[in-house]
Design a protein around this ligand. Structure first.
Ligand code: 0FX
Length: 241
């Protein structure tokens, strides 16, 4: 069996390779990243087990070479032909159908929507399609995006490890999404970043917004200072002992 794994996330890639070393599978794995992922290109170049690929430029020869495609935080859209004619599985850092798309925990914290991890069969819509396995995570009062994201990554790898053999052997049920849920884009995230100091909000809303946008080392939320320069804002939350 040949499996094509496509990822743009170094942590998940390394965890997955580690998993295959600890628990060898009766399958051959090839790894790819998006051609425009410069960090990966610098690290892996064009050779070795990790190669750059533009999925929309591939034809049947490439697609037919594999029995299974796995997206581990792959940042390119899978072409319709690929998801309709082949088995494509997505490991998504959100609890479908809530917060499909970009940075699920950020929008989950801000909009009080469930947070978690989903492994699903892909269809022609983003982070959409019948669910194989998923796990909900609880949001703690002192969580920022960063802490939640770290638990999400760990949970993703736990789910993958628990079900990898089932995935490879097709031993799973497909549960349709309960409803369409909601979808957030990169543009939605970008549009939230500038704080309007005149916008009325409750303290609760402000705290939730800032903890959703707090994810070091990223500089997400900001307001414009008197000199016209951006002033970045992060929040620090600490639960009493
Ligand atoms: O790889 P990934 O964790 O996931 C993203 C999408 O959220 C996901 O839905 C999609 N399936 C996948 C292909 O791409 O993204 P990341 O490594 O760019 O970011 C990880 C977290 O870091 C993100 O959830 C929030 C935080 N972050 C990231 C960036 C780039 C920020 O807070 N600000 C940023 O500018």
């Amino acid at each position: 069996m040949k499996v094509c794994v496509i990822t743009d996330n170094l942590y998940i890639y390394e965890q997955f390779v580690d998993l295959l070393q600890r628990k060898p599978q009766d399958a051959e794995f090839d790894f790819y990243y998006a051609t425009w992922n410069h960090a990966f290109r610098e690290k892996f170049g064009e050779n070795g087990g990790m190669r750059p690929i533009k999925l929309r430029e591939q034809g049947d020869e490439f697609f037919n070479a594999y029995d299974l495609f796995i997206s581990l935080h792959c940042k390119q859209l899978f072409p319709d032909k690929m998801v309709t004619e082949h088995t494509c599985i997505n490991v998504h850092p959100g609890l479908n159908p809530y917060n499909r798309g970009w940075f699920p925990q950020v929008f989950g914290i801000m909009n009080h929507l469930p947070i978690g991890v989903t492994i699903h069969k892909m269809d022609t819509e983003l982070d959409h399609g019948p669910i194989l396995w998923q796990k909900r995570l609880e949001l703690r009062d002192e969580d920022t995006s960063k802490e939640v994201y770290e638990r999400i990554l760990a949970t993703e790898m736990e789910l993958v490890e628990e079900h990898l053999l089932d995935l490879l052997t097709g031993n799973y049920a497909l549960t349709p999404m309960a409803d369409e849920g909601n979808l957030n884009t990169k543009q939605d995230f970008e549009a939230m970043r500038e704080i309007d100091p005149d916008k009325p909000a409750t303290y609760g809303e402000v705290i939730d917004f800032l903890r959703a946008m707090t994810h070091a080392p990223y500089k997400n939320a900001y307001y414009i200072g008197k000199d016209g320069k951006k002033v970045y804002v992060r929040i620090e939350l600490e639960r009493e002992d």
